[in-house]
Ligand binder design. Structure first.
Ligand code: NAD
Ligand code: 9W1
Length: 498
């Protein structure tokens, strides 16, 4: 049943009162015939050139095109993507397109879109794309819904998600259609308000839309920790409406995202922001997990003296075995020239630490997105004065007369002050994404969260070896029998820690 008049329907069938006010003035109507909405289609040529440049740096994606392109394993399938609309993502889109998919795309972050990348995809037509840098929240959720609905009104067969917003859209839509009183629940964020407003309007036009869309979805592959966490929560409550593949926990994804990616991008961020010489400086790295290991190794490589802080004795021992001095932040505060937080924890550098630091110490964060450094101490201190040096670089002068330089307002320095991960890093993640999409398309899976089997993780690694001139050794049959490991893998047990 399509309900043209929501007011009438609700008055006659529901006891509870529903918000009957007209649409939020900020609401944007869907336009199913729109092929794209980007900042400037004239940027397409720049995008094409950058994409061409990244071909060599994304050998996994290029190898997948070569290997699977002719078979078209995604032919006839509609794929919706909600993932940073960057040059690297454009290369993923073109790969999925070459495997036969019919694609629509939105970004998963209002600031991360590279407008020339969006323009290139829109101009080529390999996907319908709705993304520009600096979207409002209302625009963001409009873009997400635009990407979820094809011109014939149907939804996707497959979703590529980063952070879980596309998955959330569908799940909340179904929830509302099961129990419209959900629409009356208080919202706790601008995002939630925008999504709920879209679902309210959608429900008024068609009260089975998301139920139908959810039924057709064969699965989602999820890129990030946050999104994967949401998926396991849904699955735990038996509320997951389709199968999900956790790409985040492939070895070839997480090692690149955490260790190798940050090893490249920390110094990039610090240098673009400050042009500081790292050699000879004392750099304090808080946390010695994969991100901290990459950061410490990078700073050591530049000739810096590296101090590490840790709470975990195993990681502390690892740091010591690499020759790093392991101290507390209280002890390090007076010694460091540059401070990097990489813990995922809360208030690892506090106001007390900042007050002890040497004049013009540089403070930055590459771990949890916004609260590893106690920025509220500076923001709320009546005597702390902020001087903006340039975008993402602030000099805070304290009551003592000393100052500190804070990068990216305490948010992720490699994203705020540099340009995210290199293409080669993303080639690993996105090769996992592509293999996950093929798996979802071809296998009958349950409504659970899966990780990719080790064979596919190994395949992603293999696809990157040729380009690096790596010659792999092949097990002889005798060696294979001796170890009990197949000649073609998988080579490790599932609990092996790389
Ligand atoms: P991890 O769990 O492997 O490492 C974090 C380490 O910090 C752990 O060893 C833990 O013992 C330590 N730690 C916790 N609290 C501490 C404290 N108070 N003082 C000192 N050490 C402490 O995690 P990871 O994979 O290294 O990721 C760390 C963070 O970086 C996460 O928040 C993650 O989301 C983020 N991350 C950022 C990027 C990026 O591009 N900026 C990329 C990947 C991950
Ligand atoms: N993902 N293509 C900023 C990136 C924001 C961003 C973010 C990446 C990529 C970590 C994904 C200013 C690209 C992305 C360029 C850029 C990420 C958040 C990528 C690194 C993750 C919250 N998370 N990522 N390239 N912004 O690099 O898709 O320049």
């Amino acid at each position: 049943m399509i309900i043209q008049n929501r007011k009438h329907y609700l008055k006659n069938t529901e006891k509870k009162e529903y918000p009957m006010e007209s649409k939020d003035p900020r609401f944007i109507d869907l336009d199913l015939n729109l092929k794209y909405k980007v900042k400037d289609i004239g940027l397409a040529e720049d995008g094409h050139k950058d994409m061409q440049l990244s071909e060599k740096e994304m050998p996994g994606l290029m190898a997948i095109r070569e290997k699977y392109g002719p078979q078209k394993p995604l032919a006839g399938l509609k794929i919706m993507g909600s993932l940073h609309m960057t040059i690297q993502t454009a290369m993923l889109i073109d790969t999925l397109y070459e495997l036969g998919a019919d694609i629509r795309w939105a970004t998963c972050n209002i600031f991360s879109t590279q407008d020339h990348a969006a323009a290139a995809i829109a101009q080529k037509g390999s996907a319908a794309v709705f993304a520009w840098k600096g979207e409002t929240m209302e625009e963001f959720w409009w873009c997400t819904e635009q990407a979820l609905i094809w011109p014939d009104g149907t939804g996707p067969d497959l979703i590529v998600d980063d952070g879980g917003d596309a998955t959330l859209f569908v799940h909340q839509g179904v929830k509302v259609e099961k129990d419209p009183s959900v629409l009356n629940n208080a919202t706790h964020s601008v995002d939630e308000r925008c999504l709920m407003e879209r679902l309210r309007v959608s429900f008024g036009q068609d009260n089975q839309k998301w139920t139908r869309i959810a039924k057709k979805i064969r699965g989602v592959s999820e890129e990030t920790t946050t999104g994967v966490h949401r998926l396991y929560q849904l699955a735990g409550k038996n509320e997951l409406l389709f199968p999900a593949i956790n790409v985040n926990d492939s070895v070839t994804k997480s090692k690149f995202d955490n260790l190798y990616g940050c090893r490249e991008s920390l110094a990039d961020g610090i240098k673009r922001a400050t042009d500081v010489m790292l050699a000879g400086k004392t750099v304090v790295v808080a946390g010695y997990g994969d991100v901290g290991k990459g950061c410490a190794a990078s700073m050591k490589g530049y000739g810096a003296i590296v101090l590490v802080t840790e709470i975990d004795p195993i990681c502390a021992l690892q740091a010591a075995m690499e020759g790093f001095e392991v101290v507390t932040m209280d002890a390090a505060a007076t010694r460091g020239d540059i401070f990097v937080t990489a813990t995922g924890n809360y208030h690892v550098i506090t106001g007390r630490h900042i007050e002890q630091m040497k004049d013009e110490s540089i403070i930055c964060n590459i771990g949890h997105f916004d609260n590893e450094i106690e920025m509220s101490y500076l923001d709320n201190h009546p005597k702390a004065v902020k001087l903006n040096i340039k975008p993402q670089v602030d000099k805070w002068t304290l009551e003592s007369g000393r100052s500190v330089i804070v990068l990216a307002e305490g948010r992720l320095v490699n994203l705020g002050c540099a340009t995210g991960h290199p293409s080669f890093v993303m080639s690993n993640s996105f090769s996992n994404q592509t293999l996950a999409q093929i798996k979802l398309a071809h296998e009958k899976l349950e409504n659970k969260v899966y990780t990719l089997p080790k064979e596919l993780d190994e395949e992603v690694a293999r696809l990157h070896l040729k380009n690096l001139s790596v010659t792999l050794t092949t097990l002889t049959q005798e060696q294979s029998d001796y170890l009990g490991i197949p000649v073609n893998g998988p080579y490790k047990s599932d609990h092996y820690r790389y």
